[in-house]
Design a protein around this ligand. Structure first.
Ligand code: HEC
Length: 139
């Protein structure tokens, strides 16, 4: 009896938790916001729209096999991707399809470093990283 009440309470709570997001992801975004403000004190907020542009743009300067984030993560980030260099499958990167995304700072930093160099030919800025996460968290 007690157990079923607990279950019902947890089920009732689940949608609220999903909407509230993940505190680890929020902490990563706060870190990038602090870095962005250090570079530009006028920095106001991340933009999911700029994040989408970053994701979909074709860049030059990186590896010709990966002119865009979509080369591996596909045009629909809710779908599984495929690594354009190795052919290996990649789990979806949109948070709605994969709630574990952007919750581990070391993993996030490692992939931003490697993937931005591969696509843009340079590291992404703190603003670009925050915009990208804002887009993926809302998509
Ligand atoms: C060469 C293929 C490739 C390209 C191009 C690529 N990625 Fe990725 N990305 C990966 C792989 C592989 C993973 C990790 C696989 C997994 O976790 O399922 C990943 C994961 C990530 C993660 C970590 C997400 C998390 O928390 O789990 C971030 C951040 C990321 N990519 C950003 C980008 C951005 C920004 C671009 C475009 C500028 C981009 N990627 C383009 C292959 C790519």
């Amino acid at each position: 009896m007690k157990r079923s009440i607990l279950m019902a309470a947890m089920l009732a709570l689940a949608p609220a938790l999903a909407l509230a997001g993940d505190p680890r992801r929020d902490a990563i975004l706060s870190d990038y916001a602090a870095e962005a403000r250090r570079v530009d004190p006028a920095f106001a907020a991340f933009s999911a729209q700029r994040g989408e542009t970053l994701f979909r743009s074709r860049w030059s300067g990186g590896d010709p096999r990966t002119p865009s984030c979509t080369a591996c993560h596909t045009a629909d980030p809710r779908q599984p991707g495929q690594n354009a260099k190795t052919g290996r499958p990649i789990d979806p990167v949109a948070v709605s399809a994969n709630p574990r995304r952007f919750t581990d700072k070391a993993t996030v930093e490692k992939h931003f470093m490697r993937d931005c160099k591969s696509v843009l030919g340079r590291e992404c800025t703190p603003v670009e990283k925050g915009d990208y996460i804002a887009f993926m968290a809302g998509y």
